[in-house]
Design a protein around this ligand. Structure first.
Ligand code: SF4
Length: 253
């Protein structure tokens, strides 16, 4: 029999036991997810970090309790700053892989670790902000810090309802919903813009917002070739422009 000290209390242990097995035998809490008594320990979840005093220097070293075999006179701490730091890192990395796993969130909280807000699907690529400002023009989106994290948020009243941000978003976290004759652009549960929709003068289909049409009209005012088709949806506009082109290409009699 060996003697090991865990959190100031000394226990007897068998030679081939791990620190985790000794802790479990005495109801000492150490978080684990990848451990199963019927299988060889792998240390893959990295949650069971403990501090062990180095035999030569006495300095604490962080090690995984599931794979660490006990030695006579071993001094182990299951709590403390370094243990908490290692656990926090392990929890964060697990939650990155499985953000929907409520069991991991609950386990983290039970060890006083803040799991942070659930991911919102945005990868902070800035494409929506840039396309709205650099290509479309209104600059209706910005990045804002909330509770220490950056979020894409709308600038009130600037959206013109074009939907370009939703089209460019690689994770489809920005949504465009056309219902009845209203277009709603939103991110998470936040509305970026709500706009009425205009009907195409050619086919009658609801196709664009007045603010967008007005914006395009102003931007292309100097292009006499295109401005006459703004009241048509893209399909009708193409149809009419093709027709005009073929008429003007016809030889005059
Ligand atoms: S829908 Fe609104 S926020 Fe999105 S790109 Fe167009 S103007 Fe910008």
């Amino acid at each position: 029999m060996l003697k090991v000290t865990i959190d100031g209390r000394t226990w007897e242990a068998e030679e081939d036991m791990t620190v985790l097995q000794v802790a479990k035998a005495h109801d000492i809490r150490i978080p684990t997810l990848c451990y199963h008594p019927a299988l060889r320990p792998s240390g893959s979840c990295r949650l069971c970090a403990v501090e062990v005093a180095s035999r030569s220097t006495g300095q604490p070293i962080t090690m995984l309790a599931c794979v660490l075999r006990v030695k006579d006179g071993m001094q182990i701490q299951t709590q403390g700053k370094e243990v908490q730091r290692a656990r926090t890192k392990a929890f964060k990395s697990l939650l990155q892989m499985a953000p929907q796993a409520q069991s991991i969130v609950n386990l983290a909280r039970s060890y006083d670790i803040d799991p942070g807000p659930p991911p919102d699907g945005c990868i902070r690529c800035h494409l929506c902000i840039r396309v709205c400002k650099e290509i479309v023009g209104p600059g209706a989106l910005k990045m804002e810090k909330r509770d220490g994290r950056n979020y894409v948020v709308p600038l009130e009243g600037l959206c013109i309802g074009c939907g370009t941000c939703a089209n460019i978003c690689p994770t489809q976290v920005i949504r465009v919903e056309d219902r009845e004759n209203i277009r709603t652009i939103s991110i998470r549960d936040e509305v970026i813009g709500k706009h009425p929709l205009e009907r195409c003068e050619g086919c009658g289909r609801l196709y664009a917002t007045p603010r967008f049409l007005d914006h395009i009209h102003r931007r292309t005012a100097s292009h006499t070739d295109v401005k006459s088709f703004h009241n048509y949806c893209p399909t009708c506009a193409k149809l009419f422009s093709d027709r005009i082109k073929s008429q003007s290409a016809r030889p005059r009699k």
